[in-house]
Design a protein around this ligand. Structure first.
Ligand code: GTB
Length: 216
């Protein structure tokens, strides 16, 4: 059964792969699962038909037969759990990979999102300039630990897995902040993820949504 995912009809990043459908596309490409994409406008995302799939009126969603999922963590886990290639077979290694997926989403991503969103939400507030270095140091705290743990390994725990996919996508959210560049091994880690053929296919597919065709 070919799953259908939703993605932005108009993305603020104009297809640089920062919107979260990229995580799902990449996972599907890694396991060789073809998929369809339904593009939704900001208005459609908040309408009842989309909210029936996603209670918070966001993208991405994932539909496969009778199954409808939201939340990239759950979607990527479902893809990894139901196909070979994104989670180890060994039970303990599999549990550790899932742990790292949670760590990416629950421990590393929150301070990064807080820093990323602060300029939109707080730039005009009197506390903004004072809070900025605090938020940056919170991110550095996580990256210090992650960088030490990764060391000179290629991936977080043995072979590439869904945990690396998620962590690379989370770290990509620091682009433009200059902070990731303070950690050469994390930069190399992100680059390794971006060099994977499945990542490149997923990136090109979502970029194509925003690339004008010759027909205009
Ligand atoms: N926790 C959910 C998940 O992981 O699936 C979060 C989903 C989410 O934040 N979706 C965003 C959304 O639908 C799109 S990805 N936002 C619309 C809304 O909430 O009304 C966040 C995002 C979008 C665009 C960029 N960008 O262009 O740089 C970066 C990140």
């Amino acid at each position: 059964m070919i799953p259908t995912i939703t993605a932005f009809e108009q993305s603020p990043d104009r297809g640089q792969g920062l919107a979260r459908d990229m995580r799902v596309r990449w996972a599907l490409e890694e396991v060789g699962q073809p998929y369809d994409v339904r593009l939704v406008s900001f208005t459609e995302m908040k309408e009842p038909a989309h909210r029936a799939l996603h209670p918070f009126g966001q993208i991405p969603t994932y539909e496969e037969g009778d199954l409808a999922l939201f939340e990239t963590g759950a979607i990527v886990f479902h893809i990894a759990d139901s196909h070979a290639g994104l989670l180890p077979d060994d039970a303990n290694a599999r549990a550790r990979a899932i742990t790292w997926m949670f760590a990416a989403l629950n421990t590393v991503e929150p301070p990064i999102v807080e820093l990323e969103q602060a300029p939109y939400a707080e730039r005009d507030k009197p506390w903004y300039e004072e809070r900025l270095p605090i938020m940056e140091d919170r991110v550095r705290g996580r990256l210090d630990d992650l960088s030490k743990r990764l060391g000179d390994a290629d991936w977080l725990d043995g072979a590439f897995s869904a945990s690396d996919l998620m962590m690379v996508m989370v770290l990509r959210r620091l682009e433009g902040s200059g902070i990731l560049e303070e950690y050469p091994n994390l930069c190399a880690y992100v680059s390794r993820g971006q060099a994977r053929p499945a990542y490149i296919r997923a990136f090109e597919a979502q970029l194509a949504v925003f690339t004008p065709t010759s027909a205009g």
